[in-house]
Design a protein around this ligand. Structure first.
Ligand SMILES: Cc1cc2nc3c(=O)[nH]c(=O)nc-3n(C[C@H](O)[C@H](O)[C@H](O)COP(=O)(O)O)c2cc1C
Length: 332
């Protein structure tokens, strides 16, 4: 079924096709017809971050930036859903075109640039959501916020979303917001994470809710930068790491290969696994790892778990393969 729909969708421009696909999934869910089209996902509970995940396959950030499709996406059987990246103020993102399919490689290049409707809109969506499962909310900074003031933007995100989030992801690894990745460097990272840990402790003390803080990192870190980053994560007692975001490197040839932006999908697989292996060695089981980057079948999912990850997320392969992928990977 997804194959037929995909044949039509892939004839349209990618950004438009994403919007139509999400609207379709929502429409089917609203009519309570999801089970007619998609298989039930087997569940195998897995405890992590003080939460019980119904399976290890989550949806990565970026597909549902504004929380418009949470109930519909959850109906497809994901063990957890991550929405965002959300910035304090709404922003349009980069000019179009900014999303490119590299079909032969089952890959995508995007330079969306955190297009999103901002915190207030997303909080309103969350109030209307019926989903009771595990929800990650991924936060970022506005493009026009200088890095010296980035902490303020992330605190706005944390303070707006703690009530609704099972965990909050601190995104400092998108290649499409100029300067964002510099927040992964020691001093900026210490400053950012200690402010967020304070906010987390305050909410824990005042509201008796501990919201795990998870940091999403780039696949393009050097060994030295990764080592320094791991030390900061440990020192700050961060609850989890998502590895990885998209890469700016290109080890492929394709008509779109030179488009600026982050590459995801199959060509990201090895780079992401390599970072996870190194990170697992540095963290030594003291911080759990959520793997993302090029997971597209059982073997690539198993590879991430063997590298040291506890949970998995997908984005690009979900676009290429559709919902059947989820049930295939749910029993890992
Ligand atoms: C079109 C697109 C938009 C994305 N937007 C975000 C985002 O807003 N925030 C984020 O943390 N990651 C974002 N990502 C990165 C994904 O969450 C994921 O880390 C990356 O694509 C690697 O996984 P994959 O190979 O399974 O796609 C985006 C990816 C794509 C393809």
């Amino acid at each position: 079924m997804y194959k037929q729909i995909k044949n039509i969708l892939f004839k349209l421009n990618p950004e438009y096709a994403h919007a139509i696909a999400l609207t379709l999934i929502k429409f089917v869910n609203n009519l309570n017809l999801t089970r007619l089209f998609f298989k039930n996902t087997p569940s195998q509970s897995f405890p992590l971050l003080n939460l019980i995940f119904p399976n290890k396959i989550g949806l990565a950030a970026g597909l549902d930036k504004n929380g418009d499709y949470i109930d519909a996406l959850a109906s497809l059987g994901f063990g957890f859903i991550e929405i965002g990246t959300v910035t304090p103020k709404p922003q349009k993102g980069n000019p179009k075109p900014r999303l490119f399919r590299l079909v032969e490689h089952e890959a995508i290049i995007n330079r969306m640039g955190f297009n999103n409707k901002g915190i207030d809109y997303v909080v309103n969506r969350l109030k209307k959501t019926k989903y009771k499962g595990i929800l990650g909310i991924n936060i970022g900074k506005n493009k026009d916020t200088p890095n010296e003031k980035a902490v303020d933007d992330y605190l706005l995100g944390f303070n707006a979303f703690w009530r609704y989030a099972s965990y909050i992801t601190v995104n400092i690894s998108s290649p499409n917001t100029p300067g964002l990745r510099a927040l992964q460097e020691k001093e900026s990272l210490e400053q950012l994470l200690s402010a967020l840990k304070n906010a987390q402790a305050n909410i824990h003390a005042l509201k008796n809710k501990y919201v795990p803080l998870v940091v999403k990192i780039s696949p393009d870190l050097t060994d030295a930068a990764l080592e320094e980053l791991a030390h900061v994560l440990l020192a700050q007692k961060i609850d989890g790491v998502i590895a990885t975001n998209t890469t700016i490197h290109r080890d492929i040839t394709h008509a779109h290969a030179n488009e600026t932006g982050g590459l995801s999908g199959k060509p990201l697989q090895d780079r992401s696994t390599d970072i996870i292996k190194k990170l697992a060695g540095l963290l030594n089981n003291r911080i759990p790892i959520i793997a993302v980057g090029g997971i597209h079948d059982e073997a690539s999912a198993r590879e991430k778990l063997n590298a040291g990850a506890q949970l998995l997320q997908v984005y690009t392969s979900f676009i290429y393969q559709g919902p059947s992928l989820i049930s295939k990977l749910a029993l890992m």
